[in-house]
Write a protein of this length. Sequence first.
Length: 145
Amino acid sequence: MVAQVSNSTIRTFQIVKELLIAAPVEVVFQSVLEPHGPMQQLNMKLEPWPGGRWFRDLGNNAGHLWGHVQVIKPPKLLEIVGPMMMSYPAISHIQYRLTEQPDGILLKFTHQAMGLMEPELEINVTKGWGEILEQIRIAAEKRHG
């Protein structure tokens, strides 16, 4: 048996982004449930019910579990918990909250995580979520017409 001592530090981060989308709440929620941008390229699947998996499907029963649906209240709220894209001891909670506003739907996105994470992870994840949320906005507004 080999024991290894590590200086790993438990890190945390919280990313909060808000985006106004010019489409009805049902259309925006449906767009949240679908993969966009990088998620589409990764062949991500979401089972939209409590306990449903959010995973990368590599085919032949191979893939990566990103999380499970903790809360789903269509068309206003989706929460997912799990390791997300991290393949080390870490846990995340993400939330999509949709609120009707006079000019459209306010999508508030929050990603909170803690664990033995690489220091640069928050920068990369912040950029990636920004791209994904913009793709959700574009898809919902296009679908709405």
